[in-house]
Design a protein around this ligand. Structure first.
Ligand SMILES: *Cc1c(COP(=O)(O)O)cnc(C)c1O
Length: 408
């Protein structure tokens, strides 16, 4: 039997059935008109934001990285909870607009921004996190043509990365950001061109669980920001310190020690160098805010045995939950937390693999896990589905189409 990842805190049952938002998931499935279904718990997100606010220094604003989950009702909820939003495409700009979010609190990072995207952002008053000198030239040209003073920041490609992070986004040659040694010259050029200078964006990695590594990276980001601000010769209005807080997906993973991250950041902010005394700070988080708030539900269509192994074949699969299948940036496939939702309190009775309905051996949601014995009609739950699920999976593969999504 292979271990399953840890079920996130805060999940319980009603009448033996997994409950979300105070109701059994079977009721939500009925309300949604069937499976597969992504359920996102508003309470879970609210609690998570409250924990962060309590742990982080008040001076550090909280931004949501829309890429993690752009479901419009969820964005609406985030609008009541966080201070700003980070987008990474013109499509996400349209989505935050649709969600009615205040566009002057949105910043736009991401390589390969087209002129039309730059224009839409500048018109909307969105801050552009410039990814290169070339992008800076194009943004300034677009702004001049429009007669608008653009809000510009520079994304820095730092010389360090976030240790232990699942996805490194800094250190060495990268398509992201401007190499640190070229940032001061570009900052002077952008300020000299009359832009509304918004400062730096320093993002070094993602999905880290080690509080010490996160704190070290934040300290390095602060030191780098101070040096670059001094060399730029202008006050630094704002600095996005990145994010990187991860969630436990796999057996043996433990949650980030948030208190330690908060305490060490507070310490640093008390002894800021002169160059950063007037700077406003934020961190940007995606999965940490919403990942554990989501559950993916699918129904067992077929229970079959092959060569003595049990396969629970569901109406869902990797076309909705690519990451859980191990095909979204993982080296070794390991099991996400999963359960039989309709037998949530039952003991483990057998080894079974939960698979999807796609014609590929990649379509595995749980490999040889321990589950209560279940039958056709039972619901399976895959946890940690609130981030990089629906929008990061190939919904149209094999003509399956998207899953329903609900915020409850
Ligand atoms: C992907 C990304 C994020 C969000 O990462 P999470 O791991 O979901 O917190 C934040 N900022 C930038 C620049 C990103 O590319």
């Amino acid at each position: 039997m292979k271990a399953l990842g840890p079920v996130p805190a805060g999940y319980g049952s009603l009448g033996g059935v997994l409950a979300v938002g105070g109701r059994a998931v079977t009721e939500w499935v009925e309300e949604a008109g069937g499976t597969p279904l992504f359920l996102y718990s508003a309470d879970h997100v609210r609690r998570r934001v409250a924990e962060l606010r309590a742990a982080l220094p008040g001076r550090v604003a909280l931004h949501y990285a829309v890429k993690a989950n752009p479901f419009v009702p969820l964005l609406g909820l985030m609008g009541t909870l966080v201070d700003g939003f980070d987008i990474a495409s013109g499509g996400e700009l349209a989505t935050v607009r649709e969600a009615g979010l205040p566009l002057d609190r949105v910043s736009f990072a991401g390589p390969g921004k087209r002129d039309a995207e730059l224009e839409a952002a500048i018109v909307a008053g969105v801050t552009l996190n410039l990814e290169s000198e070339g992008e800076a030239r194009r943004a300034l040209a677009v702004a001049e043509r429009l007669g608008i003073r653009p809000r510009l920041a520079i994304r820095v490609n730092p010389e360090f990365d976030l240790k232990g992070s699942g996805m490194k986004m800094g250190g060495g040659a990268k398509p992201f950001g401007v190499d640190a040694d070229r940032v001061p010259a570009l900052a002077r050029a952008v300020i000299g061109a009359g832009a509304d200078w918004r400062g730096f964006h320093i993002f070094a990695g993602s999905q880290a669980l080690d509080a010490a590594a996160i704190a070290d990276t934040q300290a390095q980001a602060l030191a780098l920001a101070a040096r670059l601000a001094e060399e730029s010769g202008a006050p630094l209005p704002h600095c996005n310190l990145g994010g990187g807080l991860g969630i436990p997906y796999f057996p043996g993973d433990a949650p980030v020690d948030l208190k330690e991250v908060g305490a060490r950041l507070a310490e640093r902010l008390e002894t800021l160098p002169d160059a950063l005394q007037g700077t406003a700070f934020c961190i940007e988080l995606g999965r940490y805010l919403v990942g554990e708030a989501g559950v993916y539900l699918a129904r067992i269509v077929d229970r079959k045995v092959s060569h003595g192994e049990v396969f629970l074949v569901t109406d869902g699969g990797l076309h909705h939950q690519l990451a859980a299948s191990g095909n979204f940036g993982t080296v070794v496939r390991r099991n996400y937390p999963s359960a039989i939702a309709t037998r949530f309190d039952a003991p483990v009775e057998e080894e079974a693999s939960i698979v999807g309905c796609l014609c590929t051996p990649l379509d595995k949601l749980a490999d040889k896990g321990g589950f209560p014995r279940s039958e056709e009609g039972d619901l399976v739950a895959v946890f940690c589905a609130g981030a990089y699920g629906a929008s990061a999976s190939p919904a149209n593969f094999l003509g399956q189409g998207p899953a329903a999504e609900m915020l409850v």
